[in-house]
Design a protein around this ligand. Structure first.
Ligand SMILES: Cc1cc2nc3c(=O)[nH]c(=O)nc-3n(C[C@H](O)[C@H](O)[C@H](O)COP(=O)(O)OP(=O)(O)OC[C@H]3O[C@@H](n4cnc5c(N)ncnc54)[C@H](O)[C@@H]3O)c2cc1C
Length: 130
């Protein structure tokens, strides 16, 4: 799993779903062939903003990352079999496929990223009490 994909996955778990980074670190630890306690925990904390990141409120936008790094969508088609038949960059937003949407067995988004990122930053802001 490429480092960038690990960064986006970790940010989504912690900053879109507000789940404890240790849950993600434990899950990665149980799966990774290159599992390394220091690298795994250190990188999860970097993403979560509890480690040595100079920008702890950084929130990775999965769609902006996809548009920027994999604009054609080949990465998604390779690793998400349910979407392998969706051509072009539309594969990044299966919920916007219109009539074609019913031909694929793929869930609706579990969170609105913009709302989640705004709520994360609200919780992190001084005086938020969270
Ligand atoms: C959430 C998260 C969890 C991670 N967990 C691990 C882990 O358990 N084990 C692990 O080795 N790396 C981990 N990394 C770091 C990095 O993702 C991997 O080292 C890298 O993707 C491995 O692929 P590669 O060997 O092709 O890396 P290359 O880019 O070719 O780098 C070569 C080597 O440099 C070291 N390295 C590269 N990037 C990092 C980095 N960000 N932090 C520390 N060392 C790095 C690794 O030893 C890697 O094998 C994690 C990153 C994130 C964001």
């Amino acid at each position: 799993m490429h480092n960038r994909a690990r960064l986006i996955t970790a940010s989504f778990l912690v900053k879109d779903l507000y789940l404890d980074w240790r849950l993600g670190a434990q899950h990665f630890w149980s799966l990774r062939v290159d599992g390394d306690m220091a690298n795994n925990s250190g990188n999860w904390q970097w993403v979560a903003g509890t480690g040595n990141d100079t920008r702890p409120n950084r929130v990775f936008n999965p769609l902006r990352q996809a548009d920027r790094l994999h604009p054609r969508g080949d990465y998604v088609r390779r690793y998400v079999p349910e979407l392998a038949g969706i051509e072009g960059p539309r594969v990044h937003r299966p919920w916007d496929l219109g009539p074609e949407r019913i031909t694929i067995d793929y869930p609706e988004p579990i969170v609105d990223h913009a709302e989640a990122a705004a709520e994360f930053r609200r919780r992190r802001s001084p005086g938020s009490g969270d």
